[in-house]
Design a protein around this ligand. Structure first.
Ligand code: NDP
Length: 337
C-alpha cells in the first residue's frame, strides 16, 4: 500500500521534502469494515491548509500522517451492509492506494457509474460549492453582472455557467489566453480576462460597464483589488477561497487598506459572507445533485477534467494546481478503472 505522508510543514510552496512516499502492508477488513482501493484521488486547493498547523476550520494532517483527500474507490472486500465487492464509492481514502472504512460518510456509486471521477468534481464537492455559494449567498438576479476567477477550474467554471443559466452577464478571470478562450467559446461566458495582464484592472473596468453585482471570491490578491472599486451598491460577495494566498508566508507589503475596505463595504452596503460548503450547506446536497444532474443531462453545463496518472505524481501535480498549471479539474488516476 503506497501512502503519501506529511514529512514536514511547508513554508511557502510545498517542496520535494513536504511529502514522503512510503509503502506499508495492505490492511485487511475486519468485522464491520471494508477494504477500498483508490481509483481516483481529487486534488483540491484546501489541501494546502491541511499541510499547515495555522488555525483553521479543520484539523491539520499530523506529521507522519497520510495526506487527506476525497477519492473514488472500488470495494475490494466488504463486511459492511450496503457495499459489495466491485462497487464504486465516493470516499475519503486520502493519498494512498488502499484504505479501510466502516462506511461512515461513504457514498455508493454503484457498479458502473458513467463517469466515476465526476463525483469528485462537477457532481461532487466543487460543483456543490459553486451552486450553493452562488445561489444561496450570491443570489444573482437576471441581468446582473457576476465576476468569478479561477474561471476554468471546477468551481469557477460552474459558477459562470450557472450564472448564464440564470440570465446574468458573466465575466471570468483566468490565467492566460487559452483558458480565457475556453471560458468564452466553450462555457459561454460573456468575457474572460487574463489576470496576468499588466492592465488587468483597466480591462476589468471596461468589461463591467454596469459594475459588479456578485463577486464570487475564489482567489483574493490582485483580482480582489481590481474588483472592489467596481462593486455596485448592495453587491454580494460569497467568500469561497483565496487561492492566490495559500502559499503566502506573510501579508502583502504596502499600506494597510483594512479600513478602506471596510469603508467600501459600509458605503456600498456590500454583503460579504464566507462559507465552508458541507458545514453550511450540507443539507442542500440532494437538491444540488438533482438540479446539476438534470443540467448535465440536458447539455446545459460542461465539465472539463484533467487526469494525471500515478499516485507518485500527486505531489508535483498539487503544487502545479496552486500555480494554475491545471486546465480543468485535476484528479490523479491511482488505479485503472
Ligand atoms: P482550481 O482547479 O480552479 O485551481 C485553482 C486555480 O486558482 C488555478 O488553476 C489558477 O487558475 C487560480 N489561481 C492560482 N493562483 C492565482 C492567482 N495568484 N491569481 C488568480 N488566480 C490564481 O480550484 P477549485 O475550482 O477546486 O477551487 C477554487 C476555489 O474554491 C479555491 O480557492 C478553493 O479553495 C475554493 N473552495 C472552497 C470551498 C469552500 O467550502 N469554501 C470548497 C471548494 C473549493 P488560473 O490559471 O485561471 O489563474
Amino acid at each position: 500500500n503506497r501512502q503519501l505522508v506529511l514529512a514536514e510543514r511547508p513554508k511557502g510552496e510545498p517542496t520535494n521534502d513536504t511529502l514522503n512516499l512510503i509503502e506499508t502492508e495492505i490492511p485487511t477488513a475486519g468485522d464491520g469494515q471494508m477494504l477500498l482501493r483508490t481509483t481516483y484521488l481529487s486534488l483540491d486547493p484546501y489541501m494546502r491548509g491541511r499541510m499547515s498547523d495555522a488555525p483553521s476550520y479543520a484539523a491539520p494532517v499530523e506529521i507522519g500522517g497520510t495526506m487527506v483527500g476525497g477519492t473514488v474507490a472500488q470495494v475490494v472486500t466488504s463486511n459492511v451492509e450496503g457495499f459489495s465487492e466491485g462497487d464504486y464509492v465516493l470516499s475519503f481514502n486520502g493519498w494512498q492506494d488502499y484504505a479501510l472504512s466502516d462506511g461512515t460518510g461513504v457514498t455508493n456509486l454503484g457498479t458502473s457509474p458513467e463517469h466515476p471521477s465526476w463525483a469528485l468534481g462537477i457532481l461532487g464537492m466543487p460543483g456543490f460549492t459553486a451552486w450553493a455559494g452562488l445561489t444561496r449567498i450570491g443570489e444573482p438576479k437576471a441581468g446582473e453582472t457576476i465576476v468569478v476567477a479561477a474561471a476554468t477550474g471546477p468551481v469557477g467554471a460552474t459558477v459562470g455557467q450557472i450564472g448564464k443559466l440564470l440570465g446574468c452577464r458573466v465575466v471570468g478571470v483566468a490565467g492566460g489566453a487559452e483558458k480565457c478562450d475556453y471560458a468564452v467559446n466553450e462555457l459561454g461566458f460573456d468575457a474572460c480576462l487574463d489576470h496576468k495582464a499588466d492592465d488587468f484592472a483597466e480591462q476589468l473596468t471596461a468589461a463591467t460597464p454596469d459594475g459588479i453585482d456578485v463577486y464570487f471570491e475564489n482567489v483574493g490578491g490582485k483580482v480582489l483589488d481590481a474588483v472592489i472599486p467596481q462593486l455596485n451598491a448592495n453587491a454580494r460577495m460569497p467568500v469561497c477561497g483565496l487561492v492566490s494566498q495559500y502559499n503566502a508566508t506573510a501579508l502583502p507589503e504596502g499600506p494597510d487598506r483594512m479600513n478602506w475596505l471596510m469603508g467600501q463595504i459600509l458605503r456600498k452596503k456590500i454583503k460579504v459572507q464566507g462559507f465552508i460548503i458541507f458545514d453550511d450547506f450540507g443539507h442542500l446536497y440532494p437538491e444540488f445533485a438533482k438540479e446539476m444532474s438534470g443540467w448535465i443531462e440536458a447539455g446545459k453545463i460542461k465539465y472539463r477534467e484533467e487526469v494525471i496518472d500515478g499516485l507518485e505524481n500527486a505531489p508535483e501535480a498539487f503544487v502545479g494546481l496552486l500555480r494554475g498549471e491545471n486546465f480543468g479539474k485535476r484528479v490523479i488516476r491511482v488505479a485503472q478503472d
